[in-house]
Design a protein around this ligand. Structure first.
Ligand SMILES: [Mg+2]
Length: 231
């Protein structure tokens, strides 16, 4: 069986697959570490923030507002108050420019000629809606799904809604944790398109080896991979 034979719906991730995201978080975290430079080294601040994020994930979920609360909690552990500065960084993330990755529109349009293409993204609802609007890509998708987390249960619900089996679904994204593992687990297909920086909680433990999985360097390679080509 050829790769992705039988796939009718392609799910495409948003953050760091269609538009840049993690760079802004990385920059904001470096700024937090800079504000705490007198009390702790950068590495320690990053580790402390990752610990806080891990501990609060089940309560806050993903996105900028969770990040803001987690930074406030982490900063407070150092006995420092940086409330206005941290709120400003969070608001900056929620209002900053949305930069669509080169070739993203062309790739999604090409996929749309041979498959139903749906956006599957997670994070703050308001923020994801804003980014989608600002990206100008809304018209590329037959359906938009903004989920609180990309778990096998969430994907199962989506497949039920789309009225397809897991074998008819392929997910494309930059996160092995969110876009690859849960879909493979259900019996679907996955294409990993790594981005140059990955949030610590989205990093996979090891390389993925699976018949229904491929990794490619760019989203632009995916249409040809699925037999869509460049028409
Ligand atoms: Mg992503």
């Amino acid at each position: 069986m050829a790769f992705a034979d039988g796939v009718v719906v392609v799910g495409v991730d948003g953050d760091d697959t269609l538009w840049r995201c993690q760079d802004a978080f990385d920059d904001a975290e470096i700024e937090v570490a800079r504000l705490l430079a007198d009390v702790a080294p950068l590495e320690e601040v990053m580790d402390a923030l990752a610990r806080t994020e891990r501990a609060n994930l089940g309560t806050y979920g993903f996105g900028v507002k969770a990040w803001t609360l987690n930074v406030l909690e982490t900063v407070e552990q150092y006995g420092v108050s940086l409330v206005p500065q941290v709120l400003a960084l969070g608001k900056g993330l929620l209002t900053g420019p949305v930069e669509v990755l080169p070739g993203a529109r062309e790739a999604v349009e090409a996929l749309g000629r041979t498959h139903r293409v749906v956006l599957v993204t997670k994070g703050d609802l308001v923020d994801q809606q804003r980014k989608l609007r600002a990206s100008g890509l809304l018209d590329c998708f037959s359906h938009v799904e903004i989920v609180s987390d990309k778990t096998p249960a969430q994907y199962t619900e989506l497949l039920r809604f789309l009225d397809i089996t897991p074998a008819q679904f392929l997910m494309v994204g930059n996160s092995e944790v969110s876009d690859v593992h849960p879909v493979l687990e259900l019996g679907g297909w996955a294409v990993h398109v790594p981005y140059r920086t990955t949030w610590v909680l989205e990093r996979s433990a090891g390389p993925v080896v699976h018949d229904r999985h491929l990794a490619v360097a760019s989203l632009s390679e995916v249409p040809e991979l699925l037999g869509a080509g460049w028409l």
